[in-house]
Ligand binder design. Sequence first.
Ligand SMILES: [Fe+2]
Length: 188
Amino acid sequence: MLLKFTRSIDEMLPLLMNGKEVKSKDPVYWVFSNVSKKWEHATLICPGDFGGEFPKTFGHYHTTDSIEKYKVLYGQGIIIMQKRKFIDDDWVPDQIEKVYFVEFLSGDEINIPPEWGHSCSNIGAEPLLLLDDWKGEEDYEPIKKLGGLAYFLVNKDGKAEFVPNKNYKDLPKPEWITASDFNKLSCE
Ligand SMILES: [Fe+2]
């Protein structure tokens, strides 16, 4: 296993709801590669306070048309999943068709279908350790331009609450769902 990269607070600042009140230390998370035959990456996200938000990964869309699989080895998290609209033969990044907050615990696996933007947050008091099998390409630009995904996950007295990102238009209300229920939906 090799350290692929770490994501610094400076890199994450454009994606935070309130970057002036970060109370945690660098880095925000670590990504390792060449984990095993089955798993390509391991991502470690420590607990923390990023201007009231839970620590999270940058977020991206995939540009390769296959399913990514995640497995939670340790911790408690939420993946925000968002599907952007496809209008006149093009993706419209600031118009979102559907948002799910997928809750997962240690042992859960989740399938990420193509076309869904996603970011993982650690909502627990301990580190969150995730595995994924992704070998394709990612597109971070639409998320960077819009200052994050459609919603921010904030820590309200230990519970996760959502705050809409005002850079998106007419956002649908997010739906909370378990990893197994999301997997059933994405197989339909
Ligand atoms: Fe991904």
